[in-house]
Every structure is written in C-alpha cells, then in structure tokens.
Design a protein around this ligand. Structure first.
Ligand SMILES: *Cc1c(COP(=O)(O)O)cnc(C)c1O
Length: 354
C-alpha cells in the first residue's frame, strides 16, 4: 500500500500546492525510487506533484504515476527531437504570445502548473525562472489591442488558473475591453490536476467574461474523480462550455478501451471531447510517443461505439509552425464516377450511390 495522506479535503488550494512534492528526498519517502536519477531529471525539468494528484496514483508505474514521476528517459537525446519543434518562439511577436493562425493567439500568462507533466509539450519553459511577468502580460495585451485580426484569445501557460483570482480577473477584463476580441478561451489542467482550485467564486468571476470557453487536459479515466466532476459542474453551471484536450500517451491511454472509457466519462461530467493530440516531437518526451496508426485505430474504435459528441478530433501539430491538422482513419476505399466505395466502423464495405 502507498503511504499517501488523503486528508487534504479541507485545505485551500494554495496550501495543497505548497505541500507538493518537488524534491527526490520527499518522493523517496513515498515511493521506492532512484534518488540520484530523479535528481538528474528534475534538475533539468522540474517536478511538482501536489497531494491531490498524488492521492490518485494507485500503484507505482500506473498511468497517473507515469505522467508526473521523473524518468531518466527524459534525458535521452535524439537529433530529430527539439525543445521547440512547433516553432512557437519564432511565431511570438512579443514574449509569451504565439500568433500562428490569423484570427487567434495563444497567450501564456503563467508558467506554473499544479503538477508538472513529464509529457509536457512546453517542458522547455514551464516551472523555470520568471518567464512571465507583469511586463510580458502588458506587452501581450498591447499586441492583442493593436492587432485587429485577433478574434479569439487563448490563455495558456503553464496554467492560467495558477494565477490568483484578482490577477486573472485583471487580465480578463483588459482582454474583454478590446472590442475586436470576440471569444476568450482558457486552456488548463486545474479541474483535473487540482480541482479544489475551482469554486463558486472563481466560476462566477469567469462567468462575467462570456463568451468564455474552457479546454481541460484529461488523459486517463482515473482522473475523473468526484472532485474533478464537482469542479466541472461548478464551471458548467456558470455557463462555461467545457472541452477536453487529451494527449495520446504510450503506456497511459494508447488503448482503445481506455480511451473509450475516458471519453464516456468526460461526457458524463459535461466535458465535451475536443482534441486527441498526437504527442509532439518534443525533447525529453520520446518515450511517450506512439505510432500514428495507434491513434487511428483508437479513432476507428470510438466512432460507432460512442456518441458522436464524444468523439474528439485526432490532431497532429506540424513542425515549424504549420499549425494543427486532423487525421482520420481511411473511410473511402475508392471513388468512382457513380459510386463511392466506403468502409464503416466495423470494417464492412459499402457502395454509396453518387
Ligand atoms: C492549437 C493552437 C491554437 C488553437 O487551435 P484551435 O484549433 O482553434 O483550437 C492556436 N494557436 C496555436 C499556436 C496553437 O498551437
């Protein structure tokens, strides 16, 4: 049995965060680990496991453990893996803001998270130094204000919900005051990774900036707990449409049944599956990457066994800033002048009249 203290339910989210495991010494008090190895990894890519997320780990090596416990595989070098393969830095007109598509920007307003995911696509920058400051936030807002084409602002990070309510509210009001910005999105893992952060006060504050959407990263059915469900209910009750972004991860969710179960449970907590991301070729995450065929097989499995509203789009993000594109299993076998030969979700072949 794991020695995990689960008596954290009445603590504030700030207290829970302060009790996070951030050093190999503390980690070794809970799990049998190679302290030296963990230290080498955590020196390069910080570790943070808050007591809530820790309490969800059932056994060492399980799908939640793998997401947060440093692994020496993160130090493996491979020439085709880059710290910033998606070319986010070259597409940043001001620090911490990525302008890739004409109409929307990603604005990183925090570089802290409630847990540091080992598979993070931004592991080159999360949890280190003072990447985000009032100055970079002011520059970002000024850029959005002067760039009329921006209709959609995605607050990301790090995790935007790591900011206190006042700081977040200031940023949201500044953005909402820009008339060409039509929608605001918050991309976060907090409702999954530290659901105690979400309460009526936060939800009511966010609800004053509608239309405001939220996308949450959920990767495994074990993350859908009573607490996470309550956090999502609070946000949904405030009128915030909730979506999920799941990362396809080897040994964690690269299995059709696990993914089907995750998507079913997300629908039950009013989170609509949005994207299933193929893991990016990011340095330090090679061991999480699957074959594209694995993702396609999962997509074929979902379609037909799951409400259409529960089927996410399977996306790859193109290197060098090309943006995301959806990948679909092959449904069309042949296109003739009069007919289309197609395959359904069970592999049966049909001829469709044109
Ligand atoms: C993913 C992403 C977006 C948002 O894409 P949507 O398909 O609109 O969700 C915007 N900008 C960048 C840089 C992105 O990586």
């Amino acid at each position: 049995m794991l020695k995990i203290d689960t008596s954290h339910h009445n603590e504030s989210w700030q207290d829970l965060l302060a009790e996070s495991i951030v050093t190999p010494e503390f980690l070794s008090g809970i799990f049998v680990i190679d302290k030296k190895a963990v230290k080498r990894v955590a020196d390069k890519y910080p570790m943070r496991i808050n007591p809530y997320f820790l309490s969800l780990i059932r056994t060492p090596g399980d799908p939640l453990w793998k997401q947060v416990i440093p692994d020496t595989a993160e130090l493996d070098q491979e020439i085709f893996l880059k710290p910033d393969p998606l070319g986010e830095e070259p597409q940043s007109p001001v620090p911490n803001l990525i302008h890739r598509y004409p109409d929307r920007v990603v604005f990183m307003v925090s570089n802290q998270c409630a847990v540091y995911c080992r598979h993070c696509m931004r592991k080159r920058r999360v949890g280190q130094g003072d990447m985000v400051s009032q100055n970079t936030i002011d520059q970002g807002i000024a850029y959005i204000r002067s760039t009329k084409a921006v209709r959609d602002v995605i607050l990301s990070g790090g995790d935007p919900l790591m900011l206190g309510n006042d700081r977040l509210e200031n940023i949201l009001s500044e953005i909402r005051n820009i008339s060409h910005v039509r929608i605001i999105r918050i991309h976060t893992r907090i409702p999954c990774a530290l659901p105690g952060r979400v309460d009526d006060v936060l939800a009511a504050m966010l609800g004053r900036f509608h239309p405001l959407y939220m996308n949450i990263q959920f990767n495994h059915p074990h993350e859908i707990t009573r607490e996470a469900a309550a956090a999502c209910a609070t946000l949904a009750d405030a009128g915030i449409p909730l979506g999920s972004q799941t990362v396809l991860l080897k040994g964690i969710n690269d299995n059709p049944e696990v993914m089907l179960n995750l998507m079913q449970r997300l629908l039950q907590i009013r989170v609509r599956p949005y994207y299933l991301h193929h893991a990016d070729p990011v340095e330090g995450t090679r061991h999480f990457r699957t074959a594209v065929e694995t993702g396609l097989k999962i997509m074929r499995h979902l379609r037909g066994r799951l409400s259409g509203i529960g089927v996410p789009q399977y996306m790859i993000d193109l290197p060098g800033g090309g943006g995301k594109i959806p990948l679909l299993p092959e449904y069309i076998l042949e296109t003739g002048p009069r007919t289309l030969k197609v395959k359904n979700f069970e592999g049966e072949v049909f001829t469709y009249p044109l």
